[in-house]
Each structure stands twice: as structure tokens, then as C-alpha cells.
Write a protein that binds this ligand. Structure first.
Ligand SMILES: [Zn+2]
Length: 240
């Protein structure tokens, strides 16, 4: 499994150096503004979207991300992947990272190993049948894991640092303000591509954080830039 990350490191490196050079140019712009963002200060962040894909909301989100030139990571429900193959194909073609969020959005912490394996394997198969076989990071629903899962899972598990709580129906302005106030370099932001105000919230978060000199990376790119090699069976989130 580690081999996958090593093999893809060269490709990631090229992508990342392109992204970073764009970010430096943007920081130069920010330097001349009243924000006074220092060129040397690294500001990297990963936007992640759970619970899709949804035919309307995910499509609108992909349109927005394309317009802003932002890459994100989508942790998807296997059953919805099967129903929305074209959206998943587009996601992949437009440079977003794809991850597993189980087949039916279950709490893996309450399942046996056999049940956990079925949830994850069925989702992998659904994704692979659309975009081809590859390693896929996993986000356990509700961030819930247990020892059984840690012992067998053959993927890294990715949680988050900033929870936007966009699924609660809160207003986009609130989502934007609270996220922008709490985000730090290296953070993973949790959103949902099925939430009511998520699109407007994500758009505002992107605008504000870009203005502050942040660069948006996928999960693989973020960990690569931070010099962290993802390992199977390990849960990742940054400690503050
Ligand atoms: Zn979820």
C-alpha cells in the first residue's frame, strides 16, 4: 500500500510545485495588500466533502470549484456512486481526490470486522468500476472507529480539524465566518456536498481563505507537502 504513495509521489510533486508557485504569486499580491501576509508563511488547507455524490448539489459544487480552480477531496457513499457514475467520472477528470465513506453511511464502530469489510469493499468496487482501481483513503462516518477496524483496515483513515457543521442548516455567512476564524495552516475542513447552504458556504470559505493567502490541496497533496507519509490503519488529523 505504501508503494502506491511512493509511485504517485512524482506526479504529486509536479502538481504540488505548480500549485505552490501559483500560491507564492498570490502571496505576493496579498503582501501588497493591508493583510500583510508574509510570503514565507505557509498556508495550506484541504477542503473535504462527505455524503455525496448528489446529482444536483455535487454538480453545482464541481462547477464552482472549477471556476475557482480549487481541488477538493470527496468521501462518497458507495450506493450514491453507483447512481451517479458520471459525476464521479467528472470529479476524477477535474483533479479532485476520491475517498470512501462506506456504502450505506453506517457507524463502523458498531460493526463486526466482516460487516466493516463489506461496507468498505463494496464502496471501493463501486468507485473502481467508474474510475479504475487505485488506493482510496477512507473517512469513517461520524469519525467513528474501533480497535477491530484499526487492526484490519488497509487504508489510511482521514478525519478533520475544522467541522463546519454545514449539515445543521446554519446560514452560509455563519459557516464562512466560523471556519475562517478557526482555520490554521495544514487543516482539513469538513463539509458535505449534500448540505443546504454548503455550496454558498464553500464558495465564501474559498474566497476568504484565498484572500488570506491559503492554497487548497487534496488530502494526498496536503500530507505530501507536510512531509507526512500516510499509513494504513492510522487515523489522521492535525493536532493544534
Ligand atoms: Zn457522513
Amino acid at each position: 500500500m505504501k508503494g502506491f504513495y511512493v509511485m504517485t509521489a512524482a506526479l504529486v510533486m509536479i502538481l504540488v510545485s505548480l500549485i505552490i508557485s501559483t500560491a507564492r504569486n498570490m502571496s505576493d499580491v496579498a503582501d501588497s495588500s493591508s493583510d500583510g501576509v508574509k510570503e514565507t508563511e505557509e498556508r495550506l488547507v484541504a477542503l473535504t466533502f462527505d455524503d455525496g455524490p448528489d446529482p444536483e448539489k455535487t454538480t453545482a459544487l464541481l462547477d464552482m470549484l472549477k471556476e475557482k480552480g480549487v481541488s477538493a477531496t470527496f468521501f462518497m457513499i458507495g450506493a450514491y456512486v453507483e447512481e451517479n457514475a458520471e459525476i464521479v467520472k467528472r470529479m476524477d477528470a477535474e483533479g479532485h481526490q476520491i475517498g470512501v465513506h462506506t456504502y450505506s453511511h453506517v457507524d463502523l464502530g458498531c460493526l463486526t470486522e466482516a460487516e466493516q469489510r463489506e461496507e468498505i469493499e463494496k464502496t471501493r468496487q463501486a468507485i473502481w468500476s467508474v474510475v479504475g482501481e487505485r488506493e482510496l483513503v477512507v473517512r469513517p462516518p461520524f469519525g467513528r472507529i474501533n480497535k477491530v477496524l484499526e487492526d484490519w483496515i488497509d487504508s489510511p483513515m482521514i478525519l478533520w480539524d475544522v467541522d463546519t457543521l454545514d449539515w445543521t442548516g446554519k446560514a452560509a455567512e455563519e459557516i464562512i465566518m466560523e471556519t475562517v476564524e478557526s482555520v490554521h495552516d495544514g487543516d482539513i475542513i469538513l463539509m458535505h456536498d449534500i448540505s443546504e447552504n454548503g455550496l454558498e458556504g464553500a464558495e465564501g470559505i474559498i474566497d476568504e481563505l484565498q484572500r488570506m493567502g491559503y492554497t487548497f490541496l487534496t488530502i494526498d497533496q496536503l500530507f505530501y507537502c507536510k512531509g507526512i507519509e500516510l499509513e494504513n490503519g492510522v487515523t489522521y488529523r492535525y493536532a493544534r
